[in-house]
Design a protein around this ligand. Structure first.
Ligand code: 15L
Length: 274
């Protein structure tokens, strides 16, 4: 039987990195986005859907015949409160509600390190279930998404895993990412673990590689079968030569969210002008 997985936000950064990496014999990826998606390559088992995660009817149709959802959709950077509320919070509610109505048993939610951005680095390793301390509207949206997932797991019995993703890019882009990097290949390994672990209930896991300079617990990710094979340390010399050695007791390295905790990300003051 064909396994069908719905990827929301499939045209975005992480969605694009996962499209080829999550392809498997006997699996169809249903790729959903409001933006253009590259057409199917020869022999690629994908279905393309143009829809918004905020449209419940469209999401219900997109969930038909689906075994699991990887919910990556929404704004991937800081945005106005209105946009976060509409797309990231209401959109995530809509994805879960469509899943419930269509009997999709498993939803993997792409949360973020910015759900706990104000956690100080000086406390040592950041635990899997570190209490929410969001650093932005975007971070608040991720906390809300985790709460919606927890609610749907407890009340409706869905299997839900929230992944607090660090920085998922081909390569770490600065010295902070030496700690927060999730290599795309490890990202795919983690998503596979989330898809295949039996009956997880509700879990929160860190989405990072096994970085030498890592800050985050990998206990819960390992418990569901994730085995990281990558380490950002191979990029350390090059990045430190360019940016200097990171000082962990100083901004922007002092807090998990890095520069997202700084004044440039103060959206409320920017919008109000005071
Ligand atoms: C995120 O959640 C963002 O989506 C991504 O663009 C990066 O900025 C990442 O966090 C990060 O903290 O590096």
């Amino acid at each position: 039987m064909t396994e069908r997985i719905l990827l929301t936000g499939a045209a975005g950064g992480v969605g694009t990195l996962m499209r080829t990496r999550l392809a498997r014999p006997g699996r169809t990826l249903r790729l959903l986005d409001i933006a253009d998606l590259p057409p199917a390559a020869d022999g690629e088992a994908v279905e393309l859907v143009r829809a918004s995660v905020t449209d419940l009817d469209a999401m219900e149709r997109a969930c038909e015949g689906v075994d699991a959802i990887l919910h990556l959709g929404g704004h991937s950077l800081e945005a106005s409160w209105k946009d976060i509320l509409d797309v990231n919070i209401n959109g995530t509610y809509t994805v879960f509600e469509a899943a419930r109505r269509q009997g999709v048993q498993r939803v993997i939610f792409a949360s973020s390190n910015h759900a706990v951005g104000y956690v100080p680095r000086t406390v040592g390793e950041v635990g899997d279930y570190a209490f929410p301390r969001p650093d932005t509207n975007y971070g608040v949206g991720k906390v809300a998404g985790e709460a919606i997932g927890s609610h749907y797991a407890d009340r409706y019995g869905l299997d839900v895993i929230s992944i607090r993703i660090g920085s998922c890019f081909e390569k770490p882009r600065d010295t902070r990412m030496l700690s927060t990097w999730l290599s795309p290949d490890d990202g795919a390994r983690l998503f596979e673990a989330c898809l295949s672990t039996p009956k997880p209930g509700y879990r929160v896991v860190w989405g990072v590689s096994n970085n030498t300079r890592g800050w985050f617990s990998l206990a819960e990710a390992k418990a569901i079968g994730y085995v990281s094979q990558d380490d950002s340390e191979v990029f350390a010399a090059e990045l430190i030569a360019e940016h200097g050695e990171p000082q962990l007791d100083q901004d922007p390295h002092r807090l998990v969210g890095g520069a997202w905790c700084g004044p440039d990300m103060d959206t409320a003051r920017k919008e109000a002008g005071r």
